[in-house]
Design a protein. Structure first.
Length: 178
């Protein structure tokens, strides 16, 4: 896809996405046989639910139908959210990833770091680096300039701090009833 087409699509579609309270994260056009697929990725600080995605999809489809932004020929429009292991490329992505485990590729020779984002400011991130082999987690500060790539990691067995508090609260309620 040419940069010109990408820019035109972004200019055309971004206001519609924003009107739904979402951010336009990514636009790609891929050829699949004779057809083309226009993929639009949207997100927000609170995520996007299915109703929002459906509304955006209808609005984008109507707008694309009334313009020649996709040119002649058939195409399929796909609207979705970033995947579970999304790449973090914008400041807002890091803010949305607070409390998530992230794999960082560092600029200093390609070292990797896996850590949980605790806080984000304009200069960088406060992280918690998990302890290895029974050691305690450590705090670390990472400047945005030290990050080459960052990607959210999927966690299947994470014990949330809130889970412990909820169980504690339930036990307190049972004791009060007795």
């Amino acid at each position: 896809m040419s940069t010109t087409q990408s820019e035109r699509l972004r200019e055309l579609l971004e206001p519609l996405v924003a009107s739904e309270g979402l951010d336009l994260e990514e636009i790609t056009v891929d050829s699949v046989g004779r057809k083309r697929v226009l993929s639009v990725v949207v997100d927000s600080d609170t995520g996007a639910d299915l109703d929002q995605i459906a509304d955006v999809s209808r609005a984008l489809s109507a707008k694309l139908d009334e313009t020649d932004a996709m040119g002649e020929g058939e195409y399929t429009l796909e609207v979705g959210t970033p995947g579970a292991e999304r790449a973090l490329t914008e400041h807002r992505h890091y803010v949305r990833a607070v409390d998530r485990l992230v794999r960082f590729q560092l600029t200093d020779g390609g070292d990797e770091l896996v850590a949980r984002i605790l806080e984000v400011d304009d200069e960088g991130l406060d992280l918690e680096v998990p302890g290895v082999k029974g050691r305690k987690a450590t705090a670390r500060r990472l400047a945005f300039g030290d990050i080459d790539k960052a990607r959210v990691q999927v966690e299947f067995n994470r014990k949330d701090k809130n889970d412990k508090n909820d169980k504690h609260d339930e036990n307190d309620e049972k004791e009060e009833e007795a």
